[in-house]
Design a protein. Sequence first.
Length: 112
Amino acid sequence: MKGVITTNIQFKKGVLELCVLSMLTRRDFYGYEIVDHISEYITISEGTIYPLLRRFDKEGYVETYLEESTGGPARKYYRLTAKGEETYEELKEEWFSFVDNVNQLVGGTVNE
């Protein structure tokens, strides 16, 4: 396991939105696969990701489809929509701006 981050719940929720959307820009994923990958970096549970995926579906950021699995029931996959890609780009830009500003504050480069 890499350096796993455990943080404030509210902060984590916002970061998770960006992380899930980022993953979905690369390819389609099923729910547990998302949980498994993100949990290598951030402490999360399935109970955190599935409500987020349902909200993304409701808001039109993702679409879903079922695909047969060789080892059990069909899996529900999530695919990013154009609206989801647009939202991802906006969140990513906000994230980098936020991180840059925090780094300036923490690093002491902001004029006092």
